[in-house]
Design a protein around this ligand. Sequence first.
Ligand code: GRF
Length: 206
Amino acid sequence: MELTTRLVVLASGTGTNLQAIIDACSTGRLDARVVHVITNRRGVRAADRAELAGVSHQCLLLDEFRQQVETPAEARRSYDVALAAAVASHRPDLVILAGWMHLLSPVFLDVFPGRVVNLHPALPGTYPGAHAIDDAWADHLRQGLDHTGVMVHLVPDEGVDNGPVVLSERVDILDTDTRESLEQRIHEVEHRIFVDAIDQLIRNRE
Ligand code: GRF
């Protein structure tokens, strides 16, 4: 039996969190191995990072499924079935959503119960969706919001950025912040607590 935890990472963008996970595996901070990376956009940095690290990767495009079926709902369903099969073929212990911009349906999630982990740049119950940092920044400008945060949570169902929290951490919004400096500090916290949360999940499995 393989003891090192097998991670399949899904990523849509620059992949700095994927990089933090790859680095944590290579230094031994995580007793884990990224065995495969799946992206859903062509030409993203996340794929380059996988390539550089010698991790197998593939791109699965929703658009290609849209061309094969009648309705958007059917396309999403067949996409999630294909995605689940692609992920399952790498026998993951954990499926890591690291900036994955695609809402997963039960046809995917039910294949990996309790094993899908998401990162979100806001505290539990606040600012769900793709614009969490922008939304918090707007509330800072409008009403003086003085903090936001980061959370790592399990994904049990289709709820958006919602599910049992593994770790979360507050990030203060400083008077001296710009939108960019806030985002940078959020990313620094993400890179640390995502690795900590995965470590915690790995230890819970043992
Ligand atoms: C992160 O802020 C994550 O919380 C959000 O998307 C961003 C991904 O960044 N869901 P990266 O691709 O890991 O650099």
